[in-house]
Design a protein around this ligand. Structure first.
Ligand code: SF4
Length: 444
């Protein structure tokens, strides 16, 4: 059992930070850590606050065994089947709660001093039932604490989040703005000193390390929330990023480094290439679960990635149909993709370690459109990954979704779940989706 007791502050405020469990049809720890939340924790620690932390998604403790561990530090979450909410009653899949049981959380909060403030982060909009579970628990146990909720769901569905049992909802990732608002609300001084570096010390053990070398994205795709979370594209100093990787990889003895960037390859020579050179030949395995624009994979950049030890590379192709082409700002041609794949293979990267993302489930896009894209790509030999579309409030495409399906309650975040293909209201929907997925399995 991990030692989760934090550090009490003698003369300052005590703060409890909580990462909620996930409620969904499926969930897998594909290098998921609350990077922005850890930066917030760092800011409070630097201001002398007592820090207490509980991550329901930490894959540690007696419930986890070797069978939960998968390649490159990824792994399965402990899960229990739960009753479906009415919105999902006709979905032919099991609905589950992923993460540590609430009893472990209760045991933890019984041992810590009553916090002055509780901070609850959030992920996908349709995962909010996990946020509700945590808010109800802490509200009951600590009735005098000020409770804040932030993160992706709180930012994108602020109106919905305001109805939850939290005192304050914070939108966005701007720590300076947060510090200002926190002071006004609480009357407690809070200086923003730490940039976006996360505080990994709240974990006893890590199987991988995540890093965000930039915030935002210079592109602006109609379906994407990147600009809503971080309106400006800003790259961090390569020296600072390299130092963050070296220090934390040494502290936790990890080799798998995961980039969280939305636009990792932009300004390659002065940014990613420089970061890699500053790592001084240390042997890491790098992963880019977010798609890279194929246009950035030249002969030279492909060789740098291969030599540095990139093991997981995802290319954003999105799709060949008119609906995707209109919504995507990337405008990736088949030629761009072919060149990128050739350059990566020529540099020594195994085609099986490259994934090609295609979008499925957009409003107006048909399953036949997706099938055609799959068939076009099959001959390349790289695994094709379906990126199932989730309508995100505040994006340009969300407005079209509301017009396209006016009878759906889009203010209910459960209806944004990509697993239910919410914008495909077609006869025989689940058979068709299963057929598409079966086509992907025909890849050798
Ligand atoms: S989909 Fe990717 S490229 Fe497009 S705006 Fe979002 S992060 Fe940027």
């Amino acid at each position: 059992m991990p030692n989760r007791i934090g550090h009490q502050s003698e003369n300052q405020m005590n703060c409890l930070f909580v990462v909620p469990p996930i409620y969904d049809f499926s969930a897998f720890d594909l290098w998921a850590k609350p990077y922005g939340f850890l930066s917030l924790i760092k800011m409070f620690r630097e201001n002398g606050a007592g820090i207490f932390f509980f991550d329901f998604l930490e894959r540690t403790g007696p419930l986890y065994s070797k069978t939960h561990e998968k390649q490159f530090g990824t792994g399965k979450y402990f899960a229990t089947e739960v009753e479906k909410p009415p919105a999902y009653i006709n979905v032919p899949k099991k609905y589950k709660r992923f993460g540590l049981p609430v009893e472990e959380f209760l045991e933890y909060i019984d041992k810590i001093p009553a916090p002055d403030c509780v901070f609850v982060t959030s992920g996908m909009t349709y995962w909010y039932p996990g946020v509700v579970e945590v808010l109800q628990t802490v509200r009951n146990r600590f009735p005098r604490a000020m409770i804040f909720v932030g993160g992706v769901y709180a930012t994108l569905c602020a109106k919905h989040a305001l109805k939850l049992p939290a005192d304050f909802v914070f939108c966005g990732r701007d720590l300076e703005e947060f510090a200002g608002r926190f002071q006004t609300i609480s009357g407690m001084p809070l200086r923003c000193t730490s940039g976006i570096e996360p505080d990994w010390s709240v974990y006893q053990k890590l199987s991988y390390l995540c890093v965000r070398t930039s915030t935002g994205c210079p592109f602006s795709c109609d379906y994407c929330a990147s600009g809503l979370m971080s309106p400006h594209f800003v790259q961090r100093s390569p020296e600072q990023v390299a130092q963050e990787i070296i220090t934390n990889a040494d502290n936790f003895n990890v080799r798998d480094i995961v980039f969280y960037d939305d636009a990792l390859m932009v300004n390659f020579d002065n940014h990613l290439d420089r970061i890699i050179r500053l790592l001084d030949g240390r042997k890491f395995q790098f992963h880019t679960p977010n798609g890279i624009h194929p246009r950035f994979i030249t002969e030279k950049t492909a060789q740098v990635l291969a030599d540095a030890g990139f093991k997981t590379i995802r290319l954003s192709f999105e799709g060949s149909d008119a609906v995707v082409s209109k919504a995507s700002h990337l405008k990736v041609s088949m030629k761009n993709l072919e060149n990128a794949l050739r350059n990566l293979q020529h540099a020594g990267i195994d085609i099986k370690d490259i994934g090609i993302y295609i979008l499925a489930g957009l409003p107006g896009q048909s399953p036949e459109d997706v099938r055609k894209t799959i068939r076009l790509l099959l001959s390349f030999g790289a695994p094709i990954k379906l990126a199932e579309y989730s309508p995100i409030p505040g994006t340009r495409l969300f407005n079209e979704v509301m017009k396209f399906m006016p009878y759906t309650d889009w203010e209910e975040p459960l209806n944004h779940n990509n697993s239910i293909f919410p914008c495909w209201d077609i006869p025989g929907k689940w058979e068709i989706i299963n057929e598409l997925k079966a086509e992907l399995k025909t890849q050798v």
